[in-house]
Design a protein around this ligand. Sequence first.
Ligand SMILES: [Zn+2]
Length: 299
Amino acid sequence: MTTAIGVVMTEHIVAGRLQDQRLAGKLLRFPKDEDELDTLGAVPGGELVEILAEQIATLSASGDGPVDAIGVAVPGVIRHGVVEDSPNLSQIKGMRMADDLTKVLADRGISAPVHIANDADAIAAGVAATRGQLNKLTRVWTIGNGIGYGRWPYVEGVWEGGHITVSLDPKERFCGCGGVGHLEGIMGSRAMRLRFLDLEPEEVFAQAKKGEARCREFVDLWHRALAAGTASFIHLAGPGRFYFTGHNVGFLDLPVLRAHLETMVKMSPLLSYSLEVLPPDDETALLGAGVSAVRALAS
Ligand SMILES: [Zn+2]
Protein backbone atom coordinates (compact mmCIF):
# COMPACT_ATOMS: atom_id res chain seq x y z
CA MET A 1 0.00 0.00 0.00
CA THR A 2 1.28 3.48 -0.83
CA THR A 3 0.36 6.53 1.17
CA ALA A 4 0.70 9.96 -0.36
CA ILE A 5 -0.33 13.47 0.52
CA GLY A 6 -1.76 15.54 -2.31
CA VAL A 7 -2.05 19.31 -2.18
CA VAL A 8 -3.46 21.80 -4.68
CA MET A 9 -2.64 25.51 -4.46
CA THR A 10 -4.68 27.81 -6.70
CA GLU A 11 -6.78 30.68 -5.28
CA HIS A 12 -6.83 28.59 -2.11
CA ILE A 13 -5.02 25.53 -0.75
CA VAL A 14 -6.65 22.11 -0.35
CA ALA A 15 -4.81 19.05 0.96
CA GLY A 16 -5.74 15.42 1.51
CA ARG A 17 -4.28 12.04 2.41
CA LEU A 18 -4.34 9.37 -0.29
CA GLN A 19 -4.22 5.62 0.19
CA ASP A 20 -3.48 3.69 -3.02
CA GLN A 21 -4.63 6.61 -5.20
CA ARG A 22 -7.86 7.13 -3.28
CA LEU A 23 -8.78 9.91 -0.94
CA ALA A 24 -8.73 8.73 2.70
CA GLY A 25 -10.13 11.03 5.34
CA LYS A 26 -11.23 14.60 5.07
CA LEU A 27 -9.70 17.51 3.18
CA LEU A 28 -7.92 20.44 4.80
CA ARG A 29 -8.53 23.87 3.37
CA PHE A 30 -6.89 27.29 3.58
CA PRO A 31 -8.52 29.72 4.05
CA LYS A 32 -11.16 27.73 5.94
CA ASP A 33 -13.93 30.05 4.77
CA GLU A 34 -14.81 28.95 1.21
CA ASP A 35 -16.28 32.36 0.39
CA GLU A 36 -12.96 34.13 0.78
CA LEU A 37 -11.61 34.49 -2.74
CA ASP A 38 -8.15 35.38 -4.05
CA THR A 39 -6.66 35.44 -0.55
CA LEU A 40 -3.42 33.71 -1.56
CA GLY A 41 -2.41 36.54 -3.89
CA ALA A 42 -1.39 38.66 -0.88
CA VAL A 43 0.48 35.94 1.07
CA PRO A 44 4.31 36.03 0.72
CA GLY A 45 5.93 32.92 -0.79
CA GLY A 46 7.70 31.90 2.43
CA GLU A 47 4.41 31.99 4.33
CA LEU A 48 2.73 29.86 1.67
CA VAL A 49 5.41 27.19 2.21
CA GLU A 50 4.72 27.32 5.98
CA ILE A 51 0.96 26.91 5.38
CA LEU A 52 1.60 23.93 3.07
CA ALA A 53 3.92 22.36 5.66
CA GLU A 54 1.34 22.84 8.42
CA GLN A 55 -1.37 21.03 6.38
CA ILE A 56 1.01 18.25 5.32
CA ALA A 57 2.15 17.73 8.93
CA THR A 58 -1.47 17.52 10.14
CA LEU A 59 -2.32 14.94 7.45
CA SER A 60 0.90 13.02 8.05
CA ALA A 61 -0.05 12.59 11.71
CA SER A 62 -3.67 11.70 10.90
CA GLY A 63 -3.14 8.11 9.70
CA ASP A 64 -1.20 4.98 10.48
CA GLY A 65 2.17 4.40 8.90
CA PRO A 66 4.59 6.67 7.10
CA VAL A 67 3.87 8.85 4.08
CA ASP A 68 5.69 7.68 0.93
CA ALA A 69 5.41 10.80 -1.21
CA ILE A 70 4.09 14.35 -1.15
CA GLY A 71 2.70 15.98 -4.30
CA VAL A 72 1.85 19.67 -4.65
CA ALA A 73 -0.01 21.08 -7.67
CA VAL A 74 0.87 24.71 -8.42
CA PRO A 75 -0.18 26.98 -11.31
CA GLY A 76 2.61 28.05 -13.66
CA VAL A 77 5.70 26.74 -15.41
CA ILE A 78 7.15 24.10 -13.09
CA ARG A 79 10.42 22.36 -13.87
CA HIS A 80 12.44 20.14 -11.55
CA GLY A 81 10.69 21.49 -8.46
CA VAL A 82 11.30 25.12 -9.42
CA VAL A 83 8.46 27.57 -10.17
CA GLU A 84 9.89 29.23 -13.28
CA ASP A 85 6.84 31.43 -13.71
CA SER A 86 3.38 31.76 -12.17
CA PRO A 87 1.44 34.74 -13.58
CA ASN A 88 -1.53 34.29 -11.21
CA LEU A 89 0.58 33.75 -8.04
CA SER A 90 3.45 36.05 -8.95
CA GLN A 91 5.13 35.92 -5.52
CA ILE A 92 6.18 32.30 -6.05
CA LYS A 93 7.98 32.98 -9.34
CA GLY A 94 11.55 31.73 -9.07
CA MET A 95 10.95 29.78 -5.85
CA ARG A 96 12.66 26.41 -5.42
CA MET A 97 9.38 25.07 -4.11
CA ALA A 98 10.42 21.41 -3.75
CA ASP A 99 13.66 22.25 -1.89
CA ASP A 100 12.04 24.92 0.31
CA LEU A 101 9.15 22.68 1.32
CA THR A 102 11.47 19.69 1.89
CA LYS A 103 13.55 21.79 4.33
CA VAL A 104 10.55 23.12 6.27
CA LEU A 105 9.09 19.58 6.47
CA ALA A 106 12.43 18.16 7.67
CA ASP A 107 12.25 20.53 10.66
CA ARG A 108 8.91 18.86 11.47
CA GLY A 109 10.39 15.36 11.14
CA ILE A 110 8.83 14.60 7.74
CA SER A 111 11.25 13.20 5.18
CA ALA A 112 9.03 11.94 2.31
CA PRO A 113 10.11 13.26 -1.10
CA VAL A 114 8.25 16.34 -2.38
CA HIS A 115 7.12 16.51 -6.01
CA ILE A 116 5.79 19.74 -7.54
CA ALA A 117 3.46 19.50 -10.56
CA ASN A 118 1.74 22.07 -12.74
CA ASP A 119 -1.92 22.28 -11.65
CA ALA A 120 -3.35 21.41 -15.08
CA ASP A 121 -0.95 18.45 -15.40
CA ALA A 122 -2.16 17.32 -11.96
CA ILE A 123 -5.79 17.44 -13.13
CA ALA A 124 -4.82 15.31 -16.17
CA ALA A 125 -3.11 12.82 -13.83
CA GLY A 126 -6.14 12.82 -11.50
CA VAL A 127 -8.56 12.17 -14.38
CA ALA A 128 -6.33 9.40 -15.76
CA ALA A 129 -6.16 7.79 -12.30
CA THR A 130 -9.90 7.97 -11.56
CA ARG A 131 -10.79 6.63 -15.04
CA GLY A 132 -8.23 3.81 -14.82
CA GLN A 133 -6.37 5.10 -17.89
CA LEU A 134 -2.92 5.95 -16.49
CA ASN A 135 -1.38 4.25 -19.56
CA LYS A 136 -3.21 6.58 -21.99
CA LEU A 137 -2.57 10.13 -23.17
CA THR A 138 -4.94 12.44 -21.28
CA ARG A 139 -5.12 16.18 -21.95
CA VAL A 140 -6.96 18.86 -19.98
CA TRP A 141 -7.81 22.48 -20.69
CA THR A 142 -8.46 24.56 -17.56
CA ILE A 143 -10.60 27.57 -18.41
CA GLY A 144 -10.44 30.32 -15.80
CA ASN A 145 -8.69 33.61 -15.27
CA GLY A 146 -5.85 32.06 -17.24
CA ILE A 147 -6.03 29.16 -19.69
CA GLY A 148 -4.07 26.09 -18.58
CA TYR A 149 -3.10 23.03 -20.56
CA GLY A 150 -2.22 19.82 -18.79
CA ARG A 151 -1.22 16.39 -19.91
CA TRP A 152 -0.60 12.96 -18.50
CA PRO A 153 1.81 11.17 -18.70
CA TYR A 154 4.20 13.96 -17.80
CA VAL A 155 6.84 14.74 -20.38
CA GLU A 156 9.66 17.24 -20.04
CA GLY A 157 8.78 20.58 -21.58
CA VAL A 158 7.07 23.91 -21.04
CA TRP A 159 3.57 23.07 -22.41
CA GLU A 160 2.14 26.57 -22.03
CA GLY A 161 -0.82 25.63 -24.20
CA GLY A 162 -2.81 28.67 -23.07
CA HIS A 163 -0.28 30.85 -24.89
CA ILE A 164 -0.46 28.99 -28.17
CA THR A 165 -1.02 31.44 -31.03
CA VAL A 166 -4.51 31.06 -32.47
CA SER A 167 -4.89 34.37 -34.32
CA LEU A 168 -2.77 36.37 -36.78
CA ASP A 169 -4.80 39.53 -36.09
CA PRO A 170 -2.39 42.17 -34.68
CA LYS A 171 -5.30 43.61 -32.66
CA GLU A 172 -5.47 40.41 -30.57
CA ARG A 173 -3.24 41.68 -27.78
CA PHE A 174 -5.14 41.03 -24.52
CA CYS A 175 -3.02 38.16 -23.20
CA GLY A 176 -1.58 38.76 -19.72
CA CYS A 177 1.86 37.66 -20.95
CA GLY A 178 1.92 40.44 -23.55
CA GLY A 179 2.03 38.10 -26.54
CA VAL A 180 -0.15 38.84 -29.58
CA GLY A 181 -2.76 36.37 -30.85
CA HIS A 182 -2.70 34.03 -27.82
CA LEU A 183 -5.49 31.67 -26.80
CA GLU A 184 -5.61 33.15 -23.27
CA GLY A 185 -5.84 36.63 -24.83
CA ILE A 186 -9.24 35.58 -26.21
CA MET A 187 -10.52 33.12 -23.58
CA GLY A 188 -9.11 34.28 -20.22
CA SER A 189 -11.30 36.30 -17.81
CA ARG A 190 -8.85 39.18 -17.62
CA ALA A 191 -8.58 39.36 -21.40
CA MET A 192 -12.38 39.35 -21.77
CA ARG A 193 -12.64 42.26 -19.32
CA LEU A 194 -10.09 44.22 -21.34
CA ARG A 195 -11.98 43.54 -24.57
CA PHE A 196 -15.45 44.36 -23.17
CA LEU A 197 -14.68 47.23 -20.84
CA ASP A 198 -18.40 47.67 -20.11
CA LEU A 199 -19.32 44.00 -19.53
CA GLU A 200 -18.27 41.17 -17.21
CA PRO A 201 -17.53 37.82 -18.95
CA GLU A 202 -20.81 36.37 -17.58
CA GLU A 203 -22.73 39.29 -19.14
CA VAL A 204 -21.01 38.79 -22.49
CA PHE A 205 -22.14 35.15 -22.62
CA ALA A 206 -25.64 36.02 -21.36
CA GLN A 207 -26.09 38.77 -23.98
CA ALA A 208 -24.82 36.48 -26.73
CA LYS A 209 -27.64 34.06 -25.83
CA LYS A 210 -30.11 36.93 -26.26
CA GLY A 211 -28.69 37.59 -29.73
CA GLU A 212 -26.63 40.74 -29.15
CA ALA A 213 -24.42 40.84 -32.28
CA ARG A 214 -21.06 41.89 -30.79
CA CYS A 215 -21.32 39.34 -27.96
CA ARG A 216 -22.46 36.56 -30.29
CA GLU A 217 -19.54 37.19 -32.58
CA PHE A 218 -17.15 37.08 -29.64
CA VAL A 219 -18.60 33.88 -28.16
CA ASP A 220 -18.08 32.25 -31.55
CA LEU A 221 -14.47 33.51 -31.61
CA TRP A 222 -13.99 32.14 -28.06
CA HIS A 223 -15.05 28.65 -29.18
CA ARG A 224 -13.07 28.84 -32.44
CA ALA A 225 -9.95 29.81 -30.47
CA LEU A 226 -10.30 26.78 -28.19
CA ALA A 227 -10.95 24.56 -31.21
CA ALA A 228 -7.80 25.95 -32.86
CA GLY A 229 -5.67 25.24 -29.77
CA THR A 230 -7.11 21.73 -29.48
CA ALA A 231 -6.65 21.07 -33.21
CA SER A 232 -3.00 22.11 -32.94
CA PHE A 233 -2.37 19.59 -30.15
CA ILE A 234 -4.20 16.89 -32.14
CA HIS A 235 -1.91 17.63 -35.10
CA LEU A 236 1.17 17.42 -32.85
CA ALA A 237 0.50 14.58 -30.41
CA GLY A 238 -2.43 12.83 -32.04
CA PRO A 239 -6.10 12.33 -31.19
CA GLY A 240 -7.19 11.02 -27.81
CA ARG A 241 -9.05 12.31 -24.81
CA PHE A 242 -9.49 16.01 -24.09
CA TYR A 243 -11.17 17.23 -20.91
CA PHE A 244 -12.35 20.76 -20.17
CA THR A 245 -12.66 22.16 -16.67
CA GLY A 246 -12.01 25.30 -14.61
CA HIS A 247 -14.30 27.90 -13.08
CA ASN A 248 -15.37 29.30 -16.49
CA VAL A 249 -16.08 25.90 -18.06
CA GLY A 250 -19.79 26.78 -17.85
CA PHE A 251 -19.22 29.13 -20.82
CA LEU A 252 -18.28 26.16 -22.99
CA ASP A 253 -20.84 24.83 -25.48
CA LEU A 254 -19.38 21.45 -26.43
CA PRO A 255 -21.37 20.98 -29.69
CA VAL A 256 -20.19 24.42 -30.90
CA LEU A 257 -16.59 23.52 -30.04
CA ARG A 258 -16.93 20.17 -31.80
CA ALA A 259 -18.40 21.79 -34.93
CA HIS A 260 -15.41 24.15 -35.19
CA LEU A 261 -12.95 21.35 -34.47
CA GLU A 262 -14.46 19.30 -37.30
CA THR A 263 -13.59 22.10 -39.74
CA MET A 264 -9.98 22.14 -38.49
CA VAL A 265 -9.08 18.43 -38.18
CA LYS A 266 -9.56 16.48 -41.40
CA MET A 267 -6.88 13.76 -41.63
CA SER A 268 -8.54 10.40 -41.08
CA PRO A 269 -6.02 9.01 -38.52
CA LEU A 270 -6.68 12.06 -36.33
CA LEU A 271 -10.45 11.89 -36.04
CA SER A 272 -10.71 9.53 -33.05
CA TYR A 273 -10.61 12.26 -30.40
CA SER A 274 -13.11 12.67 -27.57
CA LEU A 275 -14.20 15.83 -25.75
CA GLU A 276 -15.67 15.90 -22.24
CA VAL A 277 -16.53 18.59 -19.71
CA LEU A 278 -15.55 17.97 -16.07
CA PRO A 279 -17.17 19.99 -13.30
CA PRO A 280 -14.39 21.92 -11.56
CA ASP A 281 -13.30 20.42 -8.23
CA ASP A 282 -10.15 20.39 -6.12
CA GLU A 283 -10.12 16.63 -5.49
CA THR A 284 -9.05 15.71 -9.03
CA ALA A 285 -5.97 17.95 -8.96
CA LEU A 286 -5.13 16.87 -5.41
CA LEU A 287 -5.40 13.20 -6.35
CA GLY A 288 -3.31 13.84 -9.47
CA ALA A 289 -0.62 15.63 -7.45
CA GLY A 290 -0.38 12.58 -5.19
CA VAL A 291 -0.37 10.11 -8.10
CA SER A 292 2.36 12.13 -9.88
CA ALA A 293 4.44 12.13 -6.70
CA VAL A 294 4.12 8.36 -6.27
CA ARG A 295 4.98 7.79 -9.96
CA ALA A 296 8.01 10.08 -9.62
CA LEU A 297 9.36 7.76 -6.87
CA ALA A 298 9.76 5.00 -9.45
CA SER A 299 11.55 7.10 -12.06
ZN1 LIG B 1 0.14 34.77 -23.66
